[in-house]
Design a protein around this ligand. Structure first.
Ligand SMILES: [Zn+2]
Length: 215
């Protein structure tokens, strides 16, 4: 076999290997075989079941940076001012009224309007938009009142062509998990975001209006 034949055969094999390698991060809907690479926003493709990286255009990144700066600052201020307990603290919700209740260390309660934004799993980095939860869960469907804001955010994302806001299932890191809630709070004109551990593996993220203190 000549050198050129060998080279051709080698290239063919390499070409085959490339062809076999999926063009997406995963070619299977089984996401257990895929791990979040630590940066970027990925989504589970509704067409092929694979995982693709989402496009993050400059206007999206600018918006995220602005929201994240203002909402995280006002959130920290309100946590301090209202002595809102951190994770593991006392909070509860009246989902039908979409009312969030924080109980302060002294027993006083703060009430606020809220929207459920999404659910994030720190182990898999999967993010489920709350507007997809009614389809995703057979049970534990959130009431409609909790979803009004997040549905508006999805429409907003569709208008602007911001794919991370319109794909139902994402994979993203912790900073971006907060950013999704920041975007929702900004859209509502609300100053605050909050997350709460809801089971062994998931946090729920909320956008919250300015709380009112009541004794
Ligand atoms: Zn696809």
């Amino acid at each position: 076999m000549s050198f050129w034949d060998k080279l051709r055969r080698m290239l063919r094999r390499a070409g085959k290997r490339d062809a076999m390698r999926p063009k997406v991060a995963s070619d299977t809907p089984n996401t257990e075989t895929w791990t979040y690479p630590g940066a970027g926003i990925f989504y589970r493709c509704q067409l092929c079941g694979g995982i693709h990286e989402a496009d993050q255009p400059d206007d999206f990144l600018d918006k995220v940076a602005r929201c994240s700066a203002t909402i995280s600052a006002s959130t920290q201020d309100l946590y301090r001012a209202l002595q809102i307990p951190g994770e593991g603290g006392r909070w509860n919700i009246a989902p039908q009224e979409a009312t969030f209740v924080f109980t302060r260390p002294g027993g006083e309660k703060c009430f606020a309007d809220y929207g459920l934004i999404g659910s994030w799993n720190p182990e898999t980095c999967s993010w489920l938009w709350a507007w997809h939860m009614p389809d995703f869960f057979d049970t534990h469907r959130p009431p409609e009142t909790e979803l009004t804001l997040v549905r508006r955010l999805r429409e907003h994302g569709a208008q602007w062509g911001w794919q991370p806001l319109t794909e139902p299932l994402l994979y993203l890191g912790e900073p971006d998990s907060w950013h999704m809630a920041d975007l929702a709070a900004d859209l509502a004109g609300w100053p605050m975001v909050y997350r709460a551990k809801v089971n062994d593996s998931n946090y729920h993220y909320f956008a919250i209006s300015r709380p009112v203190v009541a004794s």
